[in-house]
Design a protein around this ligand. Structure first.
Ligand code: UDP
Ligand code: MN
Length: 387
């Protein structure tokens, strides 16, 4: 009896204060009692919903919402300050990208011709394991874009003592270990002009090297004389979007620029930049002018800035040589250069014609022999804008 009275009192206390007939009160009481049970069920249902949502894919929302309800079960995951997968991937990517290994800085370079073959053999024994199909490709890291480097060398040896060939061997003797330490993908393309009695054409050979190497998948192109050797392995061979002149500082010129716009010896271009300027002119036959024509196309035509890497680091030693009697100065070079913007639109990569006579992969380089089609050249008057 006492128990019933207590219960009644409790229920009464919960009820809104009303006046009215007993029957109504009785009815009201039973209704309120039902409402209370219904409300409790609703509340329990809500809690159950939260618990279920907590283990579903709504976790992220819940962990923000739940604390506002004072609800935080052990199963609510804590959101890490920084998603862990981003960190892991960054670390992994950094590890994978190739970076130079064991650079030594300044190098002692000397060209004792009596030692060239012996030195070359020594270098070959030590380095051949890093090469396949005439290419150097690091195995334990990923090569960054613009570091798949094709070094294109214009070449023809008409000397009795094979002096240019010896220069090439010295070039490889030094450049192979340097670029191996720089730890990127590279190949040297030796582009030989077939000995057909026509004048030497450095620029057209370089355009052909570009054409072949780009097809082979390279994305950075060094147009490189055979007789220049870097004096420091921190002189990194790589391309930027802006073309660069590498060989501004040569021992022969006391490491000073002979003139400000000099662009000969070695230049580095991405495919995009080289195509934008339509490459070299194909029509400089004989010595001189083609490098200045390239400067006009790059700086004057395409409005790139003239950029050179560090004068302290990017120094070169040149193998001393006389100019070949077979490579006489081009008598048209001054006229052609003055008219550079009369022919740059139709004389270059877009008019490149040649025949690939032979190509094969040596251990340290790719050997290509081409016919330059001297008889099919563009008439001089057309190149000068008088056509
Ligand atoms: N070259 C060559 N055979 C020649 C003339 C030139 O192989 O008969 C190549 C070689 O790569 C050389 C480049 O063309 O380094 C430029 O020629 P050279 O060295 O005569 O020019 P310079 O020293 O005046 O820049
Ligand atoms: Mn030279």
């Amino acid at each position: 009896m006492k128990e019933n009275e207590d219960k009644e009192a409790m229920i009464q206390a919960l009820l809104p204060k009303t006046s009215g007939r007993k029957t109504e009160d009785d009815e009201f009481l039973s209704c309120s009692y039902k409402n209370l049970i219904f409300g409790t069920l609703l509340l329990l249902g809500g809690l159950l919903y939260l618990q279920v949502a907590n283990t579903s894919s709504c976790q992220y929302t819940l962990s923000i919402v739940a604390p506002a309800y004072g609800y935080q079960s052990d199963t609510v995951p804590q959101i890490p300050a920084e998603p862990s997968w981003i960190k892991e991937e960054t670390e992994e990517t950094e590890e994978k990208i190739c970076t130079p290994k064991d650079l030594v800085g300044a190098l002692a370079i000397n060209f004792d011709m009596s030692k060239v073959e012996e030195r070359y053999k020594e270098m070959a024994v030590e380095n051949q394991e890093y090469f396949e199909n005439g290419e150097h490709l690091p195995k334990d890291c990923e090569v960054a874009p613009k570091k798949n480097i094709a070094i294109i060398i214009p070449f023809r040896d008409m000397t009795a003592d094979l002096f240019r060939t010896k220069q090439f061997h010295y070039f490889l003797y030094y450049i192979v270990p340097i670029l191996h330490r720089q730890n990127n993908h590279f190949a040297v393309y030796l582009v030989n002009q077939a000995n057909d009695g026509s004048p030497f054409n450095r620029a057209k050979l370089l355009n052909i090297g570009f054409d072949v190497a780009k097809d082979d998948g390279f994305d950075c192109f060094f147009f490189h004389d055979v007789d220049l050797v870097p004096e420091n392995d921190k002189n990194i061979y790589e391309c930027l979007d802006t073309p660069r002149h590498y060989s501004g500082y040569i021992d022969k010129f006391n490491y000073k620029l002979p003139y400000n716009t000099i662009f000969g010896g070695i230049t580095a271009f991405t495919a995009e930049a080289f195509e934008k300027i339509n490459g070299y002119s194909n029509e400089y036959w004989g010595w001189g002018g083609e490098d200045d024509d390239l400067e006009r196309r790059t700086i004057g035509g395409a409005k790139y800035k003239l950029v050179r890497p560090s004068p302290q680091i990017t120094r070169y030693k040149m193998i001393k040589h006389d100019h070949e009697t077979s490579n006489k100065p081009n008598p048209n070079r001054v006229k052609l250069l003055k008219a550079w913007n009369k022919h740059n639109q139709f004389d270059g990569l877009n008019s490149l014609n040649y025949e690939l006579i032979e190509r094969n992969n040596e251990v340290f380089y790719k050997n290509i022999t081409v016919d330059l089609k001297y008889e099919e050249r563009i008439p001089l008057q057309e190149l000068l804008g008088n056509g």
